[in-house]
Unconditional design. Structure first.
Length: 455
């Protein structure tokens, strides 16, 4: 925990409160906020080559065949100030995924549109932008899921709870184009009137599962998922025994104790009051395998339950909220395993010396090419302004002080490995698998548990 001083974010008067807010708004990497559509780069009239002309003379004959048959050609050829970026798979990549010349000829326009939309990204993204940005460039495609929404209004259209769209994070590393963490060949940016074009060596796979679905279905994570489900039910049972009813059956304050870890850690969809499912944010998790638990001495769920029982358990405490809300037993405290695993799915936020507001948390999407110490070594995961009072006084504050919490581990890269090292304990965990793309973010798999001090 660090307190930001002097010319950074500390302020003693309301004038500096405004500066603090501006400083936070200008943080280098916010929670998945791509630039506004159409404002990525001014359109340059000096570009005279048409997209169709480029495709007709390119070696990407299968993509061109599909493109000419689809309706996307007409969309992009319609005069508009909105420009695009198109990722074009090589012939061998399309063939290996079932898109041969024969298959394309037999496909309907609707099926080709549905397939090609993932490769068409909003906004003209230039090679210089990717080189100068440092971290991955977040882009969104034309491919929408009519059965899922996204809560962040900046994702595509500026409309809150717009349809969820396939996202592609683009970067350049050692002259390789990187898309969603995967190398796609030597970067080649071709400018046409309608779009910037990037050839790629592999097709883009769509996520079909939430992070929680993926973890539940992979036996490597059975200890992790069963532990979270068990402690969720245990916590709610403590509430039920104390109050005589389940938290979900109580008043609004009681319902806050209806613990659901998959929701808390942004691993699953949520349901809006209007009745549709939505993804709240796009996130990154570092999940330990069963083997990682075994290295820490936990060979079964029973071992983890016993560990929790050996520590302080959540307690039911009588609470009188006032107003018209009835008094009830609220739950104070959490389980030891909540702290044990906090670095893995919550970026260590439980270790903060102050209680940050829920809205202060920053959630971001990091593929393996972004896991670099120069980018994330001092990445801010929480920030808020706290009031400053004269000693012994209350009321109107003198000003506000910016307080931040930073990433709890260092990142070490070699030619063959990526390791995370706890800043607190110096313990190291190795990424044994990276860039598992899910509907609500990316999972990196670790071989050790990065427990905080004392756990």
């Amino acid at each position: 925990m660090k307190r930001i001083k002097n010319n950074m974010t500390i302020a003693r008067y309301f004038f500096f409160l405004c500066l603090g807010m501006l400083a936070f708004a200008s943080c280098r990497k916010e929670e998945y906020m791509p630039p506004a559509v159409g404002e990525i780069i001014p359109y340059e009239d000096s570009i005279s080559m048409k997209l169709d002309n480029y495709l007709a003379t390119s070696p990407y004959t299968l993509f061109n065949q599909a493109w000419q048959k689809s309706s996307l050609k007409d969309l992009l050829s319609t005069p508009s100030t909105t420009k695009y970026t198109i990722l074009i798979p090589e012939n061998t990549a399309l063939q290996s995924s079932g898109w041969s010349e024969t298959a394309i000829n037999a496909a309907s326009v609707e099926s080709l549109d549905a397939y090609l939309k993932r490769y068409v990204l909003m906004g003209r993204i230039t090679e210089s932008q990717l080189l100068n940005r440092g971290e991955n460039y977040p882009a969104v495609s034309l491919l929408a899921d009519a059965n899922l929404r996204y809560a962040n209004s900046t994702l595509y259209s500026g409309v809150t709870y717009d349809f969820y769209r396939f996202h592609a994070l683009l970067g350049i590393s050692q002259n390789q184009l990187i898309v969603n963490g995967r190398e796609q060949g030597v970067v080649q940016a071709i400018s046409t009137e309608e779009a910037t074009v990037y050839p790629i060596e592999h097709v883009l796979a769509l996520p079909t599962k939430t992070a929680w679905q993926y973890l539940k279905e992979d036996s490597r994570f059975s200890l992790y998922t069963s532990l979270l489900e068990y402690t969720d039910n245990w916590y709610k049972e403590i509430f039920r025994v104390a109050n005589g009813y389940a938290p979900s059956e109580g008043h609004a304050l009681a319902q806050t104790y209806n613990r659901n870890s998959a929701v808390r850690y942004k691993m699953t969809t949520e349901r809006s009051v209007e009745g549709y499912d939505f993804i709240p944010v796009l996130s990154t998790w570092f999940i330990p395998t069963n083997e990682a638990f075994e290295k820490a001495g936990f060979h079964s769920l029973d071992d983890l339950i016993a560990y929790n029982r050996s520590r302080t358990l959540p307690q039911a405490v009588w609470h009188i909220p006032g107003g018209t809300t009835a008094s009830y037993y609220r739950i104070v405290g959490e389980f030891a395993t909540d702290s044990l695993l906090d670095n893995h799915h919550n970026w260590g936020r439980r270790s903060a010396s102050i209680e940050f507001a829920a809205t202060s948390a920053k959630w971001s999407l990091f593929f393996t090419n972004d896991l670099r110490s120069e980018l994330l070594g001092n990445y801010m995961i929480n920030y808020q302004l706290q009031p400053i009072y004269l000693p012994g006084t209350i009321g109107t504050p003198l000003g506000y002080e910016g307080v931040a919490q930073y990433i709890p581990f260092d990142i070490q890269r070699t030619s063959s490995a990526i390791n995370l090292q706890s800043k607190e304990t110096q313990k190291i965990a190795k990424l044994v698998e990276g860039d598992v793309l899910t509907l609500n973010g990316v999972i990196h798999v670790l071989d050790n548990i990065l427990a905080p001090e004392g756990f």
